[in-house]
Design a protein around this ligand. Sequence first.
Ligand code: MN
Length: 136
Amino acid sequence: MACILIVEDNPVNMKIVARVLEYAGHEVLKAAEAVEGLRLARARRPDLVLMDIMLPGMDGVAALKELRADAATARLKVAALTAYAMKGDRERLLEAGFDGYFPKPIRHREFIASVAAMLSGGDSPHGSQQGREDDG
Ligand code: MN
């Protein structure tokens, strides 16, 4: 399956999202703040980054800009993971350059399906994810 980096400062959200992804068979990398997230993104080149927006220190939008500005990480798929549920936020985040948007709290099945769609769609730095396993 895929390697997915979660950048999330809320330990409860981190635990839930990580468990759901691991249960779906993904390898999960975890960072509780943006600088550590950037370090892991550069070192591991995950197939997908799930980026919280409200983070201590550097926020998720600034972290995305850092990723896009670095040739090593510019093409990583990055989705916003945020409690912002207000109308207009999705458009705002996609305009900021995120490849997708996941509102919190996540709905497990919808979330896993959306993650799978993101992983299979478009170009990935690791090549397209061809192997599809219908086990969830
Ligand atoms: Mn947060």
